[in-house]
Design a protein around this ligand. Structure first.
Ligand SMILES: *[C@@H]1O[C@H](CO)[C@@H](O)[C@H](O)[C@H]1NC(C)=O
Ligand SMILES: *[C@@H]1O[C@H](CO)[C@@H](O)[C@H](O)[C@H]1NC(C)=O
Ligand SMILES: *[C@@H]1O[C@H](CO)[C@@H](O)[C@H](O)[C@H]1NC(C)=O
Ligand SMILES: *[C@@H]1O[C@H](CO)[C@@H](O)[C@H](O)[C@H]1NC(C)=O
Ligand SMILES: *[C@@H]1O[C@H](CO)[C@@H](O)[C@H](O)[C@H]1NC(C)=O
Ligand SMILES: *[C@@H]1O[C@H](CO)[C@@H](O)[C@H](O)[C@H]1NC(C)=O
Length: 634
C-alpha cells in the first residue's frame, strides 16, 4: 500500500537520529487517507521552490479552556460575566519557552540557519525553506494539487508528515502540509439544486442566497395586518418580531456593538438596502453598516434584517473579510480579531488565505488588518462554514480554541449550522474512507458547527397555511437545517444532559457507522430561528432568501438587544451563551420545536422532538423570557 514509501524513509531517518545526542524517534504527526473533495495531484513541487514553513506551537492551558469559559459563562458561577482582558487571554495561552526552543533547536540542527527563522511570541515558528528542505525535515513529499472546479493551485503533501517525537509534543500542526484550507462557503448553495443559476442575481461569483419565488414576482404587502397574515409565504421584520415577541429600542447603542462577518465576494448593494428599508423600516433609509475592517466592498444582505430589527439607533459593524480577487478564509477573520493570531503571518497560508496588500487587479491595497479590531464586537454572527471533513482535526481544534478565547473575552460567536440537514455543504456526504461525495452514506457535520465554543444556529419555518402564532417547524422549504454530531469534538459539559435526554428518549434508528452515535461528541445546533422565505431587496427588486444564514444574524440581533439591556443597567454582556441557554433556569425561555426533520445522505435525518434535538437545538427565542432571565443574572 501507499505507506511503503513513508516507512522506507522512516528507517533511513531513524538511523540518522541514532547517532545524534538528541535521538528521538519519528512520529507521524498528521495524516489523511483521502484528498479533500475536488483536489487532484498534478505534479511534484519543484525542489527549489521556497515555502514559508509554519510550525504552530501547542498553547499551554488549552485543556482548561472549557472550564475557564464555564467560570465566566455559567449562570451559577460566582464569576459570571467576569470576562478577561485580551492581554490576559494572550498571555495565558502563550506557548512555553521550552516549546519555542525545542522547535528552533530542531530546525537549526537540521541545518536551517537562525537568519531564516522567525518567531512570533504567540505561537508560530516560521522557517523560510525550500521544498527539498521541507521534505527532508518532515519526511514527506510535496506536490502541486489543482482543484477541478476552480483550477486553484495548492502546494501540499497529500498523505501525511513526520516529526521527531520530542518536537511533535510541542506542535499543533505544520503548514503547508496536508491542509487544504479551501475558501469558506456561504451556508447556502442550495440554488444549485433548486433554481440553477439563481446565484447570478447577486451579480457576483459564488453568491447564491436568493431563490426567486417560482411564478415570477413576489406579491407582498404594505400593511402590517396583511404582512402578519402571510408569514408562511413571506418573512418580513414584522413577522420575526411577532414570532419571537421581539420589540426593542436600544438604550445604550454607543456602548454596544454587533458585527456581521461577510466574506467577499458576498456584499451588499446600498440601493437594495434602501429599497428594503423604504418598504420595511422607513426611518433607516440611507443608514449603512459601520465597516470595521477589510476590503471596502459593496454592502450585503444579512444586514437588512439585523439592521431593521434593531432600528436605526444601533450601529451594526460589518467585518468584510477578503477582497474580490483573492477571497479569504476564516484565518483572515481571526487575524483581524486577534493580533496574536496573525503576527508574522500567524495562521495564514499564503497559498490559500488572502494575503494583503493584494497585488491583483481590484485587490485590497492596504495591509492585512492584523488585530485591527481593538475590541471585538459583543456579538459576532457568521453565515459561512466548512464541512468538518474539509479540514484536519488539529487545524479545526486550533481555530475552535480561538473562538473559545473570544468567549473568555465576553464575545458571543454565532455560526449558521448549515443548509443541508445531516449532509455537508453542497449536499456532500462522507464515505468510510473519509472522502466526500454526493452519494456518500455517512452524515457530514459542519465546521465550526461542531466546535463547542461557538453557538450554532439552525433554521425553522412557518409551515404553509399556518399562522405566525402557530408553532414553527424545522425548516424544510428549499433548505434543511444543518445538525448532527461532530466527528472531531467531544461533547462539552454544558449540553450533556440535554443531548443525553434526546438520545435516550428518541434513539435515532440509524446504524452506528453512519453517524457519531457514541453519545460523546459535540452535538449541534444549539438554538434556531426562522430561515425561510425572507424577503430582501436584491438588484433593485425583491427576492426570497432561505437558510441558516438568515437565522444567525436574526439571532444575533436579539442577543444584541439583551446585551444592550444589561449594559444599560451596568452589567456585562452575555458572552459565551451556551452554558446559560442549556442551564435549567433557561429551560422554558425557548419555543421548543417538535415538527419536521433534517434529511440528508439518503435518510430522513433527525427529528425535531420535545427538548433539545439535532435539528433545531433548544428551539427558537422567546425574547421577553430571555430578556427577563438574562437581566436577573449578575
Ligand atoms: C526566502 O529565502 C530566499 C533565498 O534567500 C529569498 O529569496 C526569499 O525572499 C526568502 N523569502 C522570505 C519570505 O523571506
Ligand atoms: C453610528 O455611526 C455613525 C456613522 O459612522 C456615527 O456618526 C454615530 O455616532 C454612530 N452611533 C453610535 C451610537 O455609535
Ligand atoms: C416598496 O417596493 C415596491 C416594489 O419595488 C416599490 O414599488 C415601492 O415604491 C416601495 N415602497 C415604498 C414606500 O418605497
Ligand atoms: C462607527 O464608525 C464611526 C466612524 O468611523 C466611529 O466613530 C464609531 O465608533 C463606529 N461605531 C461603532 C459602534 O463601531
Ligand atoms: C465520535 O466522537 C467522539 C468524541 O468526539 C470521537 O472520539 C470519535 O472518534 C468519533 N467517532 C467517529 C466515528 O468519528
Ligand atoms: C422520526 O420520527 C418518525 C415517526 O415517528 C420515526 O419513524 C423515525 O424513526 C424518527 N427518526 C429518527 C431519526 O428519530
Amino acid at each position: 500500500m501507499k505507506l511503503t514509501r513513508g516507512f522506507a524513509l522512516l528507517s533511513l531517518v531513524l538511523a540518522a537520529y541514532a547517532s545524534s545526542p538528541l535521538a528521538s524517534s519519528l512520529v507521524r504527526h498528521e495524516s489523511r487517507s483521502e484528498l479533500p473533495t475536488g483536489w487532484q495531484q498534478v505534479h511534484r513541487a519543484s525542489a527549489d521552490l521556497f515555502l514559508p514553513l509554519r510550525v504552530g506551537l501547542k498553547q499551554p492551558n488549552l485543556l482548561e479552556l472549557e472550564s475557564l469559559l464555564l467560570d465566566v459563562s455559567h449562570p451559577e458561577s460566582p464569576n459570571y460575566g467576569q470576562h478577561w482582558e485580551p492581554e490576559r487571554v494572550a498571555s495565558h495561552f502563550r506557548p512555553s519557552k521550552q516549546a519555542v526552543d525545542t522547535v528552533r533547536q530542531w530546525l537549526q540542527d537540521e541545518g536551517i540557519a537562525t537568519s531564516r527563522l522567525r518567531y512570533d511570541p504567540n505561537g508560530w515558528v516560521v522557517a523560510n525553506v525550500t521544498v527539498k528542505e521541507a521534505e527532508s525535515l518532515l519526511k514527506t513529499e510535496y506536490n502541486i494539487y489543482e482543484h477541478a472546479e476552480t483550477s486553484t493551485k495548492h502546494v501540499a503533501c497529500g498523505k501525511g508528515y513526520y516529526l521527531p517525537q520530542h518536537v511533535s509534543e510541542h506542535v499543533d500542526f505544520v503548514t503547508p502540509t496536508i491542509h487544504f484550507d479551501v475558501k469558506v462557503k456561504r451556508e447556502n448553495e442550495f440554488e444549485k439544486r433548486t433554481v440553477p443559476g439563481a446565484g447570478k442575481h447577486i451579480g457576483q461569483p459564488g453568491a447564491g442566497a436568493v431563490v426567486p419565488k417560482p411564478g415570477g414576482t413576489i406579491k407582498y404587502v404594505y400593511n402590517i395586518i396583511d404582512e402578519l397574515q402571510n408569514c408562511d409565504k413571506t418573512i418580513t421584520p414584522n413577522c420575526l418580531r411577532a414570532l419571537y415577541k421581539f420589540l426593542y429600542e436600544p438604550l445604550v447603542p454607543q456602548k454596544n456593538d454587533y458585527a456581521i462577518v461577510e466574506y467577499t465576494p458576498q456584499a451588499y448593494l446600498a440601493d437594495d438596502m434602501d429599497l428594503f428599508f423604504r418598504n420595511f423600516s422607513k426611518s433607516q433609509v440611507g443608514q449603512r453598516p459601520n465597516l470595521s475592517f477589510g476590503f471596502n466592498g459593496e454592502s450585503n444582505l444579512d444586514l437588512q434584517y439585523a439592521m431593521a430589527l434593531l432600528g436605526k439607533r444601533q450601529n451594526i459593524t460589518l467585518y468584510q473579510v477578503g477582497d474580490l480577487p483573492q477571497g479569504a478564509s476564516f484565518n483572515n477573520l481571526l487575524n483581524g480579531l486577534d493580533a496574536s493570531y496573525c503576527t508574522f503571518e500567524g495562521g495564514n497560508d499564503p497559498l490559500q488565505d488572502g494575503i494583503y496588500p493584494d497585488p491583483l487587479d481590484g485587490g485590497f491595497k492596504g495591509p492585512e488588518d492584523c488585530g485591527k479590531v481593538k475590541k471585538p464586537a459583543n456579538v459576532i454572527s457568521t453565515s459561512y462554514g466548512y464541512n468538518e471533513a474539509d479540514l484536519t482535526p488539529a487545524y479545526t481544534a486550533r481555530q475552535c480554541a480561538e473562538y473559545g478565547k473570544l468567549g473568555l473575552m465576553g464575545v458571543t460567536v454565532l455560526y449558521s449550522s448549515g443548509d443541508f440537514g445531516v449532509a455537508g455543504n453542497s449536499n456532500l456526504c462522507l464515505n468510510p474512507d473519509g472522502s466526500q461525495t454526493l452519494d456518500g452514506k455517512l452524515f457530514n457535520p459542519s465546521f465550526p458547527g461542531g466546535c463547542p465554543f461557538i453557538t450554532s444556529i439552525g433554521a425553522t419555518q412557518v409551515l404553509p397555511g399556518k399562522k405566525v402564532t402557530d408553532p414553527e417547524s424545522a425548516c424544510m422549504s428549499v433548505i434543511f437545517s444543518g445538525g448532527g454530531f461532530s466527528n472531531y469534538f467531544a461533547m462539552p459539559d454544558y449540553q450533556k444532559s440535554a443531548v443525553t435526554n434526546y438520545l435516550t428518549k428518541f434513539p435515532p434508528p440509524y446504524s452506528a457507522n453512519i453517524w457519531n452515535s457514541t453519545g460523546k461528541s459535540r452535538a449541534f445546533p444549539d438554538i434556531s430561528a426562522n430561515g425561510a422565505n425572507y424577503i430582501i431587496g436584491i438588484n433593485g427588486d425583491f427576492g426570497l432568501v432561505f437558510g441558516t444564514s438568515a437565522s444567525s444574524p436574526v439571532m444575533g440581533a436579539i442577543l444584541t438587544a439583551i446585551n444592550d439591556a444589561r449594559i444599560a443597567i451596568g452589567k456585562k454582556p452575555i458572552g459565551f451563551i451556551n452554558p446559560t441557554i442549556y442551564s435549567s433556569s433557561f429551560k422554558d425561555a425557548f419555543n421548543d420545536i417538535t415538527i419536521g426533520s433534517n434529511p440528508g445522505c439518503g435518510t430522513n435525518g433527525f427529528n425535531a422532538t420535545e427538548g433539545w434535538d439535532p435539528v433545531t437545538g433548544l428551539g427558537t427565542p422567546n425574547f421577553p423570557k430571555l430578556l427577563a432571565k438574562w437581566l436577573l443574572l449578575p
